[in-house]
Ligand binder design. Structure first.
Ligand code: FMN
Length: 341
């Protein structure tokens, strides 16, 4: 049934398929049984939160927290909903989501379309979590006059409900947003957000397009302000060689062509931080072997999104199972033992 669903979804226009899949998962999660069995070797504690496994759903698929139980039932150890902005906003004009099938990639310029923070957080609060970890990802409205105030409002509301909160300053689709990744603005943002999060862990999601100096600056500021983890990272505005007709579309690129860049940036961030802050790897992860490679390179957790579009809903379970086999093969008794090893 899962395969049939994913084949049908590929016949629709990408955004229609997306909305349809969320609806199907929303309904399924209420009635369906969880698919993933417990694998004790994969349970891992990051920032004081116990993740049943380190494979999470990256932000942006379930922006409005409509399908948390269904997504957790696919086998994800965590689901990150959002990005939510204080006020509902429509996002960019359509089309804004492109499948690059030949490249196993996606380009999107959604622009934080979402139904607003209050509605999303209320839905998240009401959702059954099935033992999975819930992250809420927050951002700023496109027309915000005070972006930092938007993040502060987001962190405050999300921290009351989420197991962790991610501040996303790395979307390429809100003009100027990525400027928050540096200098005084970054430090002011982090100082304000660490106060608002109370005791809830705070993650910071950065772009894979940061250069060495940019990474150094973010790492220093995040560690100094007590941020719990860095997510590396978001989509890229760079364009490695692509074959698909949609290669020239404006937006953020994700999926297979992002893999090498995301892995290289993870290694750079690990070198710059030396284990002083937890890392979450995202970008082109589509197998247990790739998840394992990122963990060995220093990530405590991994996230994926685009590969789900191509591999279908069986993917999370497959990644989790393969990852467990990789750990066992190399003699690691836990995920934590393998991090950066
Ligand atoms: C259609 C789409 C929408 C996304 N929306 C968000 C978002 O709202 N917030 C966010 O932090 N990341 C968003 N992302 C980025 C993903 O969370 C992830 O960081 C990125 O796609 C790299 O992982 P992947 O190669 O496994 O897709 C989005 C990605 C895609 C493909």
């Amino acid at each position: 049934m899962a395969d049939l669903l994913s084949r049908l979804a590929h016949m629709l226009d990408p955004e229609a398929a997306h909305v349809w899949a969320i609806r199907a998962l929303g309904g399924w999660g209420r009635s369906g049984a969880p698919l993933a069995g417990a694998m004790p070797r994969l349970a891992t504690v990051v920032a004081g939160v116990t993740f049943p496994n380190p494979v999470g759903l990256a932000a942006g698929l379930d922006k409005d927290a409509r399908a948390i139980p269904g997504l957790m039932a696919l086998g994800f150890g965590s689901v990150e909903v959002g990005t939510l902005t204080p006020r509902a906003q429509p996002g960019n004009p359509k089309p804004r989501l492109f499948r690059l099938a030949e490249d196993r990639a996606v380009i999107n310029r959604m622009g934080f379309n979402n139904g607003g923070l209050a509605a999303g957080v209320a839905r998240a609060a009401a959702a059954t979590r099935r033992g999975g970890v819930l992250g809420i990802n927050v951002g700023a409205n496109k027309d915000a006059t005070d972006r930092i105030a938007d993040y502060v409002a987001g962190v405050r509301a999300a921290a009351a409900v989420a197991d962790y909160v991610t501040i996303n300053i790395s979307s390429p689709n809100t003009p100027g947003l990525r400027d928050l990744q540096q200098g005084a603005a970054l430090d002011e943002l982090l100082a304000a957000c660490v106060v608002e999060r109370g005791t809830t862990p705070l993650f910071l999601k950065i772009a894979p397009d940061l250069d060495a100096a940019g990474i150094d600056g973010v790492a220093k500021a995040a560690i100094a302000r007590g941020v719990d983890a860095l997510v590396i990272g978001n989509t890229t505005i760079s364009r490695p060689a692509l074959r698909s007709a949609h290669a020239g579309e404006t937006g953020g690129l994700s999926g297979a062509p992002l893999r090498a860049l995301a892995a290289a940036k993870l290694a750079e961030v690990r070198a710059a931080t030396g284990g002083q802050i937890a890392l979450v790897a995202a970008g082109g992860i589509d197998s247990g072997a790739e998840a394992y490679a990122r963990i060995r390179a220093g990530a405590s957790l991994v996230q994926l999104y685009s590969a789900l579009v191509y591999e279908g809903p069986g993917l999370p379970r497959r990644v989790v199972t393969e990852l467990a086999a990789c750990l066992a093969r190399d003699g690691f008794a836990s995920v934590a033992e393998a991090v950066g090893a």
